[in-house]
Design a protein around this ligand. Structure first.
Ligand code: CU
Length: 153
């Protein structure tokens, strides 16, 4: 009961933000990912920045789904394709249509394999299009890339 109350309180500001949007009913009840412009998940889905290049090596679940997701990314330099270890990475999921994110912070852990990082949880709590921005600072440079996935109803 206590957990439920906390969950409802946490969700309220976001529900309110969406309620201001007159198209809310369409957004929440009937997201049609077939007509949205979004990335199609494949293993190794690549996003190239100017100096850093990101590959999405795995997603759990696959494809990304509503709720908590666990992603493993591989970061390379664009020039030379060398794995980038020791980067400082911040991850921000955002719904552009509703102008909101998630209250759940994405934890980033370096993996044993050079250039690999685990992002968890990537909390995509609502159906619709989510843009997840990955900002990276490393000795090889600073860059950011965006993954754009549609989460079905
Ligand atoms: Cu939303």
């Amino acid at each position: 009961m206590r957990t439920l109350t906390l969950a409802l309180l946490a969700a309220l500001p976001f529900a309110g933000a969406c309620a201001d949007d007159s198209s809310m009913a369409d957004d929440t009840a009937d997201v049609n990912c077939a007509v949205e412009t979004a990335d199609q998940y494949v293993v190794g889905l690549e996003k190239a920045g100017t100096v850093l290049d990101v590959q999405l090596m795995s997603a759990l679940p696959a494809p990304p789904a509503r709720g908590d997701n666990e992603w493993i990314i591989h970061v390379n330099t664009v020039a030379g394709a060398a794995p980038v270890s020791g980067a400082t990475i911040s991850v921000t999921p955002f719904m552009p249509k509703h102008q909101h994110g998630t209250p759940v912070d994405v934890k980033v852990d370096a993996m044993p394999s050079a250039g690999e990082y685990k992002l968890s949880p990537v909390n995509l709590w609502m159906p619709g299009v989510w843009e997840t921005t990955i900002e990276m600072t490393s000795t090889s440079g600073t860059d950011s890339v965006v993954y754009r996935f549609c989460i079905p109803s």
